[in-house]
Design a protein. Sequence first.
Length: 152
Amino acid sequence: MQLDALDRRIIRLLRADGRMSNAKLAEAVGLSPSACLRRLKALEQSGTIRGYTALVDEGVLETGPIIIIQLSLERQTEEFMRRFETAVRKCAEVKECYLMTGMNDYLLRVQAASMADYERIHSDVLSRLPGVSRIQSSFAIRNVILPQGRSV
């Protein structure tokens, strides 16, 4: 789908407030509510907007440590990367995974229930992913910037 300036503005506004009413969104972008809703539905149907979510303060939930993991593979061939990426997508503990440039091949964000839970994740999940040669873990102390630039 080719995005124009109005589509980009709709997306930018919804990223800041996903619960914004269609009437308020239409007013903000200068469209009638029906025209705005048509654009919004087209963005959803094309997969440009994949869904809506709530940003929750992890400290309130007391969900346990967030671990940032730098991971390297034995080889950086297409086959090794494909096998790793297929396997890591099946790991519920891995919340995000990025293919990186630089010294490490992948950067992962893992949420554990506790330090003991992370030990289990490290030994039973991460170290068993295909092609993994090195795992370097760092534990987050606190979040400084939330998504969409909101400060904590």
